[in-house]
Design a protein around this ligand. Structure first.
Ligand SMILES: [Zn+2]
Ligand SMILES: [Zn+2]
Length: 205
């Protein structure tokens, strides 16, 4: 899995000529234009964990761009209750994209983040690697039952806590998980220097 950089929390996977983008925040459209030749993929898939702007803010634009410039229908994979409505009110006709609640080798894991927005992490198997991704979350609980069969774990952490996991609250848990042989990567850092310091640089890509 590759991350797009320090801007919105987003990542992507390229496998067998298939592009899988994980979340599509407001900075991601420009990254997509820069990095990918969209016409070269057999399929373009975007997993959406929740509808905050830093996760879905350029989704409409990417769908419109892929369709009208390259004639490609993006497949959106999401369980967010309002996603269809969200795309509709931002001018995306339901005929120009596919919407699915699941994908092969993917399992959504419902989590808690903020009131009023349903949020999901997920587990995905790519080749023989099991990857788990929390999305934005304020709890690790829903993910714990899956840890026996995970190779890489991407975890939302913050300095402040609240709607995100607070690094100080979970650092010991993360260390224990790492001892099981799972690679941990932290993401969505509100204060990178602070989190790097407290984790002594562990868990960074
Ligand atoms: Zn969020
Ligand atoms: Zn976020």
């Amino acid at each position: 899995m590759q991350v797009f950089g320090d801007k919105n929390n987003s990542a992507y996977i390229e496998v067998d000529n298939k592009l899988i983008i994980i979340d599509c925040g407001f900075t991601v459209f420009n990254e997509i234009k820069k990095r990918f030749d969209l016409k070269s993929y057999n399929s373009i898939n975007i997993i959406i964990t929740h509808l905050h702007n830093d996760h879905a803010g350029s989704l409409s634009q990417v769908i419109l761009y892929a369709y009208y410039i390259y004639g490609k229908k993006v497949t959106v994979i999401s369980k967010c209750k309002e996603i269809k409505k969200y795309l509709e009110i931002t001018g995306v006709d339901a005929n120009i994209y596919n919407l699915k609640e699941d994908m092969d080798n993917l399992e959504f894991i419902k989590t808690e983040h903020v009131k009023g927005i349903d949020s999901y992490g997920f587990k995905i198997k790519i080749k023989d690697k099991n990857i788990m991704y929390t999305g934005d979350t304020n709890t690790l609980q829903p993910f714990m039952p899956y840890l026996n069969n995970v190779d890489e774990f991407y975890v939302d952490v913050s300095k402040a806590g609240g709607v995100h996991l607070k690094i100080e609250d979970i650092i010991e848990v993360l260390k224990t998980i790492k001892k099981k042989g799972i690679d941990i990567y932290v993401m969505h850092l509100d204060d990178k220097a602070y989190i790097k310091n407290i984790t002594k640089g562990e868990f960074f890509i």
